[in-house]
Design a protein around this ligand. Structure first.
Ligand code: CO
Length: 361
């Protein structure tokens, strides 16, 4: 079984923006192969692992998305600068003056979103917010021909933040890119690894699904949940920590280090009430701290799962995350470990009787 830190580091650092998840998928498949009965992909590229279980019992689907927010090459200027399309929701300000890697079949290419220096700016210009349309990536190449022929870069090549994994405060907090949703993905892998190595009897049929293209509209969750057709859905995400200067509890109520969070509301979903109460009960019985968040914005894969076919009772469980959708996000190791215990206990508690109760209105 992998250590949590190893899983988190590997998944944070691997590059895979929406639509270009192949490197992430390769790792996910390699983790599922030794423990799953079957590992399949749907026709969009989401990975579906059938972990087996009790014959004739309900299907439980846990899911997490593989993609991260990134960019893709749009065109190359005559001077050899890369213009790009954003993949997923970026603040323009988070793109400026950062390091990037262009993922390319030939070789990975480093670059920087250059910024005009303060020395040449008027006082008015200094106050101006950068417009993403003016941004470009400098890969150090002299001409368009060099970029295309020597570096092998062409329109459509995916681009991801360059941001090595680091630990803060002796490993209490973990700093890296892509915690949305690689924290959820590592959580899902860790949960199924623990369940499989415990060798305890399963009470349901377990499916673990790593989805594609969440950041551009929950696209992989739509097709993969149709394929699995589950009775219960548990989606795993990066939450929104509201615990640093400049963010208010009105905007977000969860805090880092205070345990996993359930979303009671986001712009895409209201969870099934009985499933919500089941999660609360399990957390209380196991002594796992649980937080609640009522968000105005945010959309997540759970909502696609919830609305698949004739509907599925679904909940979204999140690991509180600071500064998501940027090069540098922060999570707590303790929250991660508590989320592992919580999700594992949920899966182990969803027997036929409980699922039947949750599904009934
Ligand atoms: Co996400």
């Amino acid at each position: 079984m992998d250590s949590s830190i190893d899983l988190l580091r590997i998944f944070s650092e691997v590059g895979g923006p929406s639509g270009y998840e192949s490197r992430v998928r390769e790792i996910v498949v390699s983790k599922f192969i030794p423990i799953a009965r079957s590992v399949e992909t749907d026709q969009m590229g989401s990975v579906i692992a059938n972990l087996g279980g009790l014959e004739g019992s309900p299907k439980v689907m846990i899911s997490a998305h593989m993609d991260e927010v990134g960019l893709m090459v749009k065109n190359v200027t005559e001077e050899g600068y890369i213009k790009f399309q954003q993949l997923g929701g970026w603040l323009d300000q988070a793109i400026v003056n950062q390091r990037w890697v262009i993922l390319n079949d030939k070789k990975d290419v480093f670059g920087v979103t250059g910024i005009k220096t303060v020395h040449v700016m008027s006082p008015e210009e200094r106050k101006k917010i950068f417009d993403a349309k003016e941004l470009f990536i400098d890969v150090g190449a002299p001409t368009k021909e060099y970029v295309e022929n020597e570096l092998g870069i062409s329109p459509g090549d995916p681009i991801v933040p360059f941001s090595p994994f680091s630990v803060l405060n002796d490993g209490e907090l973990l700093l890296g890119k892509a915690w949305d949703d690689r924290a959820g993905l590592a959580l899902m892998i860790k949960v199924v690894q623990e369940i499989e190595s415990s060798k305890s009897d399963k009470v349901n049929l377990l499916f673990a699904v790593a989805t594609v293209q969440e950041e551009v509209g929950l696209r992989g969750a739509t097709t993969s949940s149709y394929m699995v057709n589950p009775d219960i859905g548990i989606n795993l995400e990066a939450g929104v920590a509201g615990d640093f200067p400049g963010i208010t509890t009105d905007e977000s109520q969860e805090r880092i280090g205070m345990g996993p969070t359930i979303f009671l509301h986001d712009s895409s979903m209201i969870p099934n009430i009985k499933l919500r109460d089941f999660v609360k009960d399990v957390a209380q019985k196991k002594g796992i701290p649980l937080q609640f968040n009522v968000l105005t914005g945010y959309g997540q894969d759970g909502s696609a799962l919830q609305r698949s076919r004739e509907g599925t009772p679904t909940i979204n469980i999140a690991i509180p995350t600071r500064y998501l959708h940027s090069h540098n996000s922060v999570i707590s190791y303790k929250d991660f470990e508590q989320a592992v215990s919580l999700v594992r206990s949920l899966v182990e508690g969803l027997d036929s009787k409980t699922v039947e109760y949750i599904k009934k209105f």
